[in-house]
Design a protein around this ligand. Sequence first.
Ligand code: ATP
Length: 335
Amino acid sequence: MQLTIEGLRKEYGEVTAIRTLDLEIASGEFLAIVGPSGCGKTTLLRLLGGFERPTAGRITADGEVIDDAAYTRPIETRNWGMVFQSFALWPLLTVREHVEFPLEMRGVSAQERTRRADEVMATLGIAPLAERYPAALSGGQKQRVALARAIVAKPRVLLMDEPLSALDAELKLSMREEIKQVHRLTGATVIYVTHDQEEAMAMADRLLVMKDGAAEQIDTPERIYHRPATCFAATFVGKYTLVEGRWEGERFVPKPAPSLCWQGDVAPALQAQGVYPVRPDQWEWADEGIAGRVLYRQYLGCEYSYRVAVGDEIWTVRAADGPAEGAAVCLRYRG
Ligand code: ATP
C-alpha cells in the first residue's frame, strides 16, 4: 500500500509534536523513522495508525484520504498490523488465541483460523508454544507472538514502534532478521520507529531522520551515512565529528590545523555552518596532523574506539590499534 503524507502537523495543546511533514512511502517499502527522544516518532506512527487526529494536513493510502483534521478512517477497517515495544500481550490468552484474535475479529471460520495461525506460528518458530500463556514466555518469544498477531491477517501496512528495544543485544540481532523475513514474506509496507540508528540502517530501505517534529533528511541508509544533508543527520546517524574551519570554495581549512586543506562532497548545509564531517573510521594515526590526547580507549573486538581530546572538544576515533590512554597523538583525515 502506498502512503502519502502532506503538510502533516500535530499539536497537543502547547506542544507541537509534528511541525510539518511531507513524505511519500512506496508500496512494500521498509521505512525506518529515527531520531532522539521526543522528536515525534511515536506521534507520527500514531497518526499513521489512526490513533490520533492530525491538527493539519492529511494522509492518503493508495489515493484515498484516510486521515485529515476532519476525518479518520476507522482503524478496524484498515487491516493494518501494529507491533509495540511492550509487546502488548493479554495475560489470559494463550499464544494461539493471540494469533487467532485478528482473524476472529474479521469473522474468519474456526477451521481457517487454526490453519492460518498454525502457518504463521510455524514461520516464526512458536508453534510448540501455542498453548502457553504470556507469563511463561521469554522476551524474544513474546515479541514473536506479537509479530505473529500483527501479520496473521496479511496486513498491507505494518506499523512497528521500537519492537526490539525490550530485548537483549543478541536477541535483537536475530529478531532483526526475522522482521526482515516477515517483510519479504508479507510484502507489507513497513514503518518502523527506533531510536537505534544502527538498527534502522541495517533494516530499512529508507530512513526518515527526525528532529524537533520535522524531517532532517529522508534517504537511503547509504546516502545518509556517506553524505549527510544536515549537521544533525551527520552526528546522529553516522556519528560524525563536525570539524570546525573555513570553506574556501571547494576547499576546507580545518581550524585545529590551518596548514591542512581537505576536499570532499560535503552537503551545502554543513558548508554553510563552516564544518567538515569526519566519521570515526575516517581518522588514522600519523606523525603530523591534528594534535590531541587520548582520553579513553575501548576494545571492541576487531578494533578499538578512542575518545580523543582536541582543543575543547572530544572526538571519537575508530582504529585497529594505537596509543594508550593519556598518549599525545596526531590525527590525519584519510577520507
Ligand atoms: P521517544 O523516543 O522518547 O518515544 P518520540 O520521538 O516517539 O520519543 P513522541 O512520543 O512522538 O516522541 O513525542 C513528541 C512530543 O510530543 C514530546 O514533546 C511529547 O512530550 C509530546 N507528546 C506526545 N504525546 C503527547 C500527549 N498525548 N499529550 C501531550 N504531549 C504529548
